[in-house]
Design a protein around this ligand. Sequence first.
Ligand SMILES: CC(C)(COP(=O)(O)OP(=O)(O)OC[C@H]1O[C@@H](n2cnc3c(N)ncnc32)[C@H](O)[C@@H]1OP(=O)(O)O)[C@@H](O)C(=O)NCCC(=O)NCCS
Length: 167
Amino acid sequence: MIIETERLIIADLTIDMCVAVQENSIDEDNKRFVPDEVFETIEDARKTVEWLIESSQCEKGPFLYPILLKNKTNIGYVQVCSLENDWEIGYHIAKKYTGNGYATEAIRGFLPVIMKNLDINSIYGVVLEENIASHKVLDKCNFKLELVGTEKYQGVDKKLRRYIFNI
Ligand SMILES: CC(C)(COP(=O)(O)OP(=O)(O)OC[C@H]1O[C@@H](n2cnc3c(N)ncnc32)[C@H](O)[C@@H]1OP(=O)(O)O)[C@@H](O)C(=O)NCCC(=O)NCCS
């Protein structure tokens, strides 16, 4: 996959990206909000990148794509993971690149392409109640708030919001 937006490229994941994946993963917001995608070593990141590349060949994914600036700097990722009968979006922009509208721009570019590829017309976004930046991103991408409540999040009961995007 290659998607170009005004300032970004959403590309296929390659093994040489494991250094950037590791570096990007260890920022404070990712540790707080997506702790299961934090890699303390490049070796840890490499194993996961290898697994993700293999998974991208499977029907159920997950499908993760790096987000690059036009100068090829790797600033994060956008992904879709399968739920039982649905799909959920996930994303991260490394802390030093946040606040520039990159997550919103990437997701707006990504949604129509991935939804066409998967032949789906809805996709979920599940966000911790305290993750205000992420609520804003989904609002700006025209996701609709479907639920505010307490549900399991990475195995633990948490206050969260579930959003849905329909085409
Ligand atoms: C959430 C995240 C993807 C946002 O990336 P980003 O590129 O900064 O997003 P955008 O710039 O497109 O939009 C962020 C919005 O949140 C706002 N925002 C950021 N922090 C905020 C805060 N603490 N309180 C209120 N608003 C906040 C920004 O001002 C912006 O809104 P605006 O356009 O109305 O000004 C990034 O912070 C991140 O990767 N966090 C860690 C991982 C994560 O939480 N992933 C999502 C899991 S559901």
